[in-house]
Design a protein around this ligand. Structure first.
Ligand SMILES: NC(=O)c1ccc[n+]([C@@H]2O[C@H](COP(=O)([O-])OP(=O)(O)OC[C@H]3O[C@@H](n4cnc5c(N)ncnc54)[C@H](O)[C@@H]3O)[C@@H](O)[C@H]2O)c1
Ligand SMILES: O=C(O)CC[C@@H](O)C(=O)O
Length: 631
């Protein structure tokens, strides 16, 4: 097998920055024309990097403009130490272990490059760069003009002189790096985009590498993370807040954000290469879709409800599901309270009349909420907060929940839905969307409500029989209602909304397009919370707060490899895992197991290097659903 050489650029590749830009900042510190000179140097650098200016000219102009001395160069070295690219830092071990295969070829200056790269194990004799010339006072007066790297197409000239015997892979962010490949002196050019992405460079690249792991992965070389993060494909649907995309991209993932939901067929196709899916309430993640989701590791519901997801099918596939259980709670509560007040005053009807120029100043049927009985169905996170705020407004709060819930403040728990409905002036629904809750509210339940009561549903559409609701609104049994969620909702903002409630006679009605949780604050909170969960699961395997996986909160992984084994909940799996490890003399430094009715999740931290066969044996254990390794 022929030897491999990796030729690595320095500025904006090994380090995050262009060193001469920083040198200029240092040399002009405190001077008025600092920004002007810095700007000139930057644009000269860009022109050279993108092939618009010959390198020699660019170098000369920049050195002239710099007006720097030895002291400035020493300060530059200090600053560059903190500017090494993140993936270079992560893969320090690789740089040390493979130092004889690595060359730094840069049109920058050895004076500051060598001290930085040798700290990463690069051999000084493998650093090719220009050198400054200094005058008697230590000021930079020029550069060694004999060095081919100071010339136009200098990297090509140097490579020709080096005559490397083996396969050459060039890694860089600039056009001058690509020139080596263009001249036929390299097998492959990797456009390195971790710090800067130049289209003229990426367009010409054989391979775009957003980090070093990507390059090491393609060569099957050891790397700092178990999988290059840029290969983790994330699909975000339903106009999830842009902060989520930004956060996941910052982590290094490859993220696609679509505005609307996808239907079953579209999603079944699209999901084939997706590792992480983010949805809101519209996307139906069905068993059929999941059949195609062979790479899917996790689903993030950027909302509270998860009834749109086949959680059981996800479990069977080893797909963890997370949601944002609290991020939009307050928004729903505020809307519920606001709507209750508006309905008690017949405001929706008054507004409709005003729109038509009708002035109906009257107190008839307009009441304060103070002193009224509020019935909360479902005393969970939202119901309980509604309870507190309603009580602060002087309402008498009653609630009904199918599980035992602590009454907050002076709220009174009642023991049946019928009892609650019979005593409430206002009924607000905050139950979850589990299938058994479909049609919780039908003709029977409405008949139990007081004459002239008010009904609010900000929970889930299918829990209310819409025809039954229309009937009690039409016949005046209810004096008003607010409905935010519907059994069938449009997939996106272009689709038409169609509901029997549009035809009710009763105009004391507030219909909203499922926006209970749609506030800027809530969406920003969700866009922070759910991606954090996603990143934590990918990086540590932690399933804390997952809605379908056994909940395990795991310590950070340090100096160990973590084996994550998801299996059907049958007996003996832990013993089988430990047998495999014992047979290979692998020492366990930590082990965590949790099961639910369907699956078991075993995390094993090990401290020893192991062969590929260990992984194969662990994967081959009967009833294994998914297996992955983290380091
Ligand atoms: N409109 C919106 O935009 C919006 C926003 C956020 C949440 N929601 C929905 O609001 C609902 C409540 O959210 P949450 O965060 O308070 O959920 P939660 O899980 O904290 O609370 C739900 C409560 O309802 C109780 N419950 C379930 N079924 C019941 C039944 N048949 N009768 C009585 N009690 C029952 C549960 O025991 C639980 O206490 C969910 O359906 C959620 O999807 C809607
Ligand atoms: O934003 C959404 O799509 C859903 C909001 C809400 O119903 C939720 O479950 O949190």
């Amino acid at each position: 097998m022929s030897k491999k050489y990796f030729v690595i650029d320095f500025d904006s590749t090994f380090t995050k920055v262009e060193a001469l830009d920083i040198l200029c900042e240092i040399a002009y510190e405190g001077q008025n024309n600092k920004d002007e000179v810095a700007h000139k140097i930057k644009s000269i650098t860009d022109d050279a990097m993108e092939g618009r200016l010959s390198f020699r000219e660019a170098l000369q102009s920049r050195v002239d403009l710099l007006n720097a001395d030895k002291g400035h160069v020493n300060e530059l070295i200090k600053r560059l130490r903190n500017q090494v690219s993140e993936s270079v830092k992560r893969n320090k071990q690789f740089f040390k272990d493979y130092s004889s295969d690595l060359l730094i070829i840069s049109s920058g200056f050895k004076d500051f490059i060598e001290p930085i790269v040798t700290e990463y194990g690069i051999k000084p004799e493998n650093v090719y760069a220009n050198t400054f010339e200094y005058d008697d006072q230590g000021r930079i007066s020029g550069f060694d003009a004999q060095n081919p790297l100071s010339e136009h197409e200098g990297k090509v000239k140097l490579m020709k002189q080096l005559k490397l015997d083996g396969d050459v892979y060039v890694i860089g962010d600039g056009y001058t790096d690509f020139e080596i490949r263009k001249a036929g002196l390299a097998s492959k050019f990797y456009a390195f985009t971790e710090n800067i992405e130049r289209s003229i460079v990426t367009e010409n690249a054989d391979h775009i590498a957003p980090n070093f792991e990507e390059i090491l992965f393609t060569h099957n070389l050891p790397m700092a993370t178990s999988y290059p993060k840029n290969r983790i494909k994330v699909l975000l649907l339903e106009n999830i807040h842009a902060d989520a995309k930004a956060k996941l991209e910052k982590e290094g993932y490859n993220v696609e954000l679509l505005k609307g939901a996808l239907d079953e067929e579209e999603l079944a196709e699209k999901i084939k290469d997706v590792h992480i899916l983010g949805i809101r309430s519209k996307t139906q993640l069905t068993r059929k879709v999941l059949e195609n989701a062979n790479r899917l590791m996790l689903v993030g519901a950027f909302c509270i409800g998860t009834n749109q997801i086949d959680l059981e099918a996800c479990q069977e596939k080893g797909v963890a599901v997370f949601n944002a259980p609290y991020s939009n709670t307050r928004s729903v509560v505020e809307l519920a309270i606001g709507e209750i007040i508006l309905l008690m005053r017949n405001i929706p009807q008054r507004m409709r009349e005003m729109d038509k120029g009708q002035w109906s100043k009257s107190a008839a049927n307009a009441q304060e909420v103070r002193g009224k009985n509020l019935g909360i169905v479902g005393y969970g996170n939202i119901g309980a907060q509604v309870s507190i705020i309603a009580e602060m407004m002087g309402m008498n709060v009653f609630y009904y929940d199918i599980v035992e819930k602590l009454a907050l403040g002076n709220a009174t728990k009642v023991s049946s839905l019928q009892e609650l409905l019979e005593l409430s002036d206002i009924v607000t629904l905050h139950i979850d969307g589990r299938p058994e809750n479909n049609n919780t509210f039908g003709a029977q339940e409405f008949s139990w409500m007081k004459e002239g009561a008010i009904f609010v549903n900000l929970a889930r559409g299918p829990v209310v029989d819409i025809d039954a609701l229309k009937e009690v609104l039409d016949n005046g049994k209810l004096r008003g209602a607010a409905v935010d969620v519907f059994p069938v909702e449009p997939k996106n903002n272009k689709e038409k909304f169609d509901s029997a409630l549009n035809e009710t006679e009763n105009r004391n009605l507030i219909l909203t397009p499922h926006i209970g949780g749609s506030t800027e604050e809530a969406q920003v909170n969700i866009a922070d919370f759910v991606p954090s969960k996603m990143i934590e699961y990918v990086n540590t395997g932690s399933t804390f707060n997952s809605v379908n996986f056994p909940n395990l909160q795991l310590p950070q992984l340090e100096n160990a490899h973590r084996l994550l084994h998801i299996h059907k909940n049958v007996s003996g799996i832990l013993a089988k895992i430990n047998n495999v490890l014992a047979n290979h003399n692998i020492n366990i430094v930590g082990q965590y197991l949790k099961t639910n009715e369907k699956i078991g999740y075993v995390i094993t931290d090990i401290d020893k290097a192991y062969g590929r066969e260990v992984i194969e044996e662990l994967k081959a254990i009967d009833d294994t659903i998914k297996f992955r390794v983290l380091y």
